[in-house]
Design a protein around this ligand. Sequence first.
Ligand code: JEB
Length: 473
Amino acid sequence: MRIDVVTIFPDYLKVLDLSLIGRAADRGRLDLHVHDLRDHAHDRHRTVDDTPLGGGAGMVMKPDVWGEALDDVLAVDAPTGGRRVLIIPTPSGEVFTQRTAEDLAGADSLVFACGRYEGIDARVPDHYASRGVEVRELSIGDYVLNGGEVAAVVMIEAIARLLPGVLGNPESLLEESHSAAGLLEYPVHTRPTRWRDLEIDPVLLSGDHTRIARTRRDQAIARTVGRRPDMIARMDAADLDREDRAALATMGWAVPAGAPHPVPVRIRPATVHDAEALADLAARTFPDACGHVIDPEFIAQHIATNLVPGLFRTWVDDDRVDLVVAERLAPQSASQASSGTETAQTPIVPDLVGYAAVLREEPDAAGEPPTGIDPRPACVQARPGQVVGELSKVYVDSTMRGSGLAPALMSVVTQRAIDHGVSLLWLGTHITNKRAQKAYRRAGFRQVGTRTYNVGGQDAHDVVMIRRTGEGL
Ligand code: JEB
């Protein structure tokens, strides 16, 4: 590839001789020529600028001087039949990205026109574009430099390292192009394993490459959520596996069923203001759990008498109940949250898409258990003094199936229950609901028996599962 740079400061481009780009030039992959714009000035002061027409601050670079310089560079050594691009760095250009670099690496020759002052007379790009030259006005980012030289150095380095034979190991190029689309790269480490009291995740030393890949993927997701929520909002849902979704959901992003991208959600403790929305959500989700086997009339009965706002108000007020909700947020909130510019914009009616509750089996002052707790089945065996909680239970709106919210809600609510002393969790779920049983198994529950459960006056058969939280999974 041939690269020409026109500038009033040719020395700025000398850095390119130092780096791998310089070695590429030595090896003949890259043919770099730097030209002094002032060689094309007309007066003995070698003037290249003039005052802006229409008034305003600063000076503008003269089109006649640029015209002569570019005519020369574009005419000399024109590659026959090759693709040639005139690149004009400018803060008002299209943003130069890895995509742009990949595109431009496919050209045969590039000409960079580096301006100074307030920039180059706007007719210069128009003129060459109208003459059939491929012209790109490009910016390297949203900040202001004093001229185009540093921007040209940046673009040349990004483009040249993509040329065959310029970079040492093309493997890293491959890895980059994969990750460039979706996520930031995972953090990297080398020896010593412990440095100034800082350790690295032991998984990285385990030699278990499946777990290492998973850990790194989670780290990349966490980084991207924290630093570049805009990238998460653009992620292709098809590239997210179950574990990605579970990780994202704990970090405030869920993928709705059939949606193209993740959307911002928040998992938080319920408040009294959620009671109505919770009752609505419970009424929507309860039939999903057992509707295929239980008479609709009985289900309606159960919803009308039990899953009412009053129940959720009672739960919010009862400190033996850990009740968490998943709330869908307005689309812009995630980036606002991370940039710290979030305004207190809590909707009147929260858009709840999931909830989970753990009811601790402790009598209150009057000797009463929490409202809604089920009698502990005989197959759930507690040790003396052990605090037992019923996971009652994890519901996710059908629009959020497979979004990762269920495991995220489960991990948040069980952590809160553990913090409140629970070391044995149990739950009942309908025998036929294999999907739920699988999800609970994944969360560390195992079946210990069955129970009969009354739904609106009709008996239903449940699987009983437990998880001992004191001993880990
Ligand atoms: C590029 C340049 C100037 C308004 C204010 C200052 C020529 N990302 C970028 N930031 N700044 C530039 C850039 C790129 N690419 C840049 C060329 C010139 C800034 N200035 C100074 C121009 N207009 C002059």
